[in-house]
Design a protein around this ligand. Structure first.
Ligand SMILES: [Zn+2]
Length: 491
């Protein structure tokens, strides 16, 4: 039987199972009927894998939650090590994957939403994938949570540990202003039991201040900075306590840094439990840093050098967040260093793809701060760049792509030898590069995803760096897989 026919049968089968799960005859009451419904959802997940359509990793979870709204809580309650949740504007997928790798380094088998499906159906689908006869076979859950869904996931998952990484301006049309997300997080934190450990970025004043009243906080942060103050394009928040204007002794990613409020005296916690120092970044080649973990009781500390295969200072922040969460979960510093060292990161985040003889490094940039950090990283690469800039404006990204004008693309201009622009907003991407000072004669606009990818490879005199926003990153990744050059990301 041909692959296309098998895929079609799988698609029809999946549609039938999806309908059956949602029918009142199955339903999701506890007991055998629930176990049977979970089994049907597992079948749906498995059939989805064999269809020829683009992957929706959440579909089985959505079907099960429609039939059994308590499914998330029931399946998560079987995890002997409980759950950890990771939320942030930037870096949550990478931090989640790093934390999972630390758990594996310690000999545990975590269930993880590693593809970034970070709302309740996505987490539910991962739990379905690990269920047998209605129970969940995994040691613990490590899940990333969308910033606006965090409060909906805390109830059913009852996490032991929650990482609150950072809040940056992102998808204004979906998220609204950052203050809206911050208010939701603040209400969520106020409702937590005291036993829940919050792992909080000491360098993000907003996140730090909104968690100040919680009795159980592990702070993490970076001890050294690569700039005196946040970049001019950064949104520095006002003091959450008194409304005063914050000042900085140094900054690293966006508005993250050594902040203080001259008006009320609040400031970055001086000695975070987990801290990164002596950060060395090597362009796209990775980064290294010294990780210091302090015992909050005795004050004793352990310091270890960590080599990350992932590039950029922002990945050092992610690694430090994962280390803080791992300490809160009880993992040793040795397991933390082992897990961080061996992790390759998340798909599509500085992932190297081989296409024939050529290499494409796929880099995600989905909001002004993330793009600024990618620009800093690419600026530290030796030699000129062959850039592929793919920009989409789907619902997944937010329809408004004007954020590309808020990033300091001008810093990238001197490094670009050739630029090819693709995606549904290729023309706007090209216009941004033009305004940034890149010679228009080296910028080409090619419609679609596959065509600009081929064109960039054809023009390139060296490895191509593909900078893509969220759905564009998925498109490029999937296109390379369809061309047979990479595995499809799946479970
Ligand atoms: Zn203040």
């Amino acid at each position: 039987m041909g692959v296309a026919v098998q895929a079609q049968i799988a698609r029809v089968g999946a549609a039938l199972v999806d309908r059956a799960i949602r029918s009142p005859a199955l339903g999701g009451e506890p007991g055998r009927r629930f176990a049977f419904t979970v089994g049907a959802a597992r079948t749906l997940r498995s059939l989805d894998r064999h269809t020829d359509t683009r992957i929706d990793p959440s579909r089985a979870g959505r079907a099960l939650l429609a039939a059994a709204p308590h499914a998330l809580a029931t399946l998560a309650s079987h995890l002997p090590g409980g759950c950890a949740l990771v939320s942030a504007t930037n870096g949550k997928t990478t931090t989640t994957n790093l934390l999972a790798e630390i758990a594996r380094a310690a000999g545990h088998d975590p269930v993880v939403n590693h593809l970034g499906a970070n709302m309740p159906p996505g987490v539910c689908a991962e739990l379905i994938g690990r269920s047998r006869r209605g129970a969940t076979r995994a040691d613990l859950g490590v899940f990333e949570a969308d910033e606006l869904w965090l409060d909906h996931m805390v109830g059913p998952l009852a996490p032991r540990v929650i990482v609150l990484g950072n809040l940056f301006r992102d998808q204004l049309d979906r998220m609204g202003e950052i203050d809206r997300v911050a208010a939701r997080w603040r209400a969520c934190v106020a409702g937590l039991p005291a036993s829940t450990v919050l792992v909080v970025n000491a360098d993000d004043p907003r996140v730090c201040q909104l968690t100040a009243a919680h009795p159980n906080v592990v702070h993490f942060g970076l001890a050294d900075h690569d700039r005196e103050a946040p970049l001019g394009s950064t949104d520095v928040p006002d003091c959450l306590h008194c409304g005063g204007m914050l000042t900085y002794r140094g900054a690293h990613v966006g508005h993250l840094g050594s902040w203080s409020c001259p008006t009320c005296g609040d400031r970055r916690p001086p000695a975070p439990t987990v801290e990164a120092s002596d950060v060395a970044v090597r362009g796209l080649g990775g980064a290294s840093f010294t990780l210091t973990a302090r015992d909050s009781g005795s004050g004793a500390s352990v310091a270890e050098r960590v080599q990350l295969s992932m590039p950029g200072r922002f990945n050092v922040v992610n690694a430090t967040a994962a280390a803080g969460a791992a300490l809160a979960l009880g993992y040793s510093v040795a397991s933390i260093v082992a897990g961080l060292t061996r992790s390759a990161g998340a798909f599509g985040r500085s992932e190297q793809l081989q296409i024939g003889e050529q290499t494409v490094t796929l880099v995600l940039a989905k909001n002004p701060c993330g793009f600024d950090e990618v620009i800093t990283m690419l600026g530290s690469e030796p030699g000129p760049l062959d850039l592929l800039f793919v920009l989409n404006d789907r619902d997944l990204d937010g329809r408004d792509v004007s954020w590309i004008w808020d990033s300091d693309v001008e810093r990238l201009a001197p490094h670009v030898a050739r630029a090819t622009c693709g995606g549904s907003r290729a023309a706007e991407a090209a216009l941004r590069l033009d305004y940034a000072g890149i010679d228009p004669s080296v910028i080409e606009v090619v419609d679609g995803i596959e065509a600009p990818l081929h064109r960039a490879l054809e023009r390139a005199g060296r490895p191509v760096v593909a900078v893509a926003n969220y759905s564009a990153m998925l498109d490029v990744r999937e296109t390379v897989a369809e061309l047979g050059h990479a595995a499809r990301y799946w479970w």
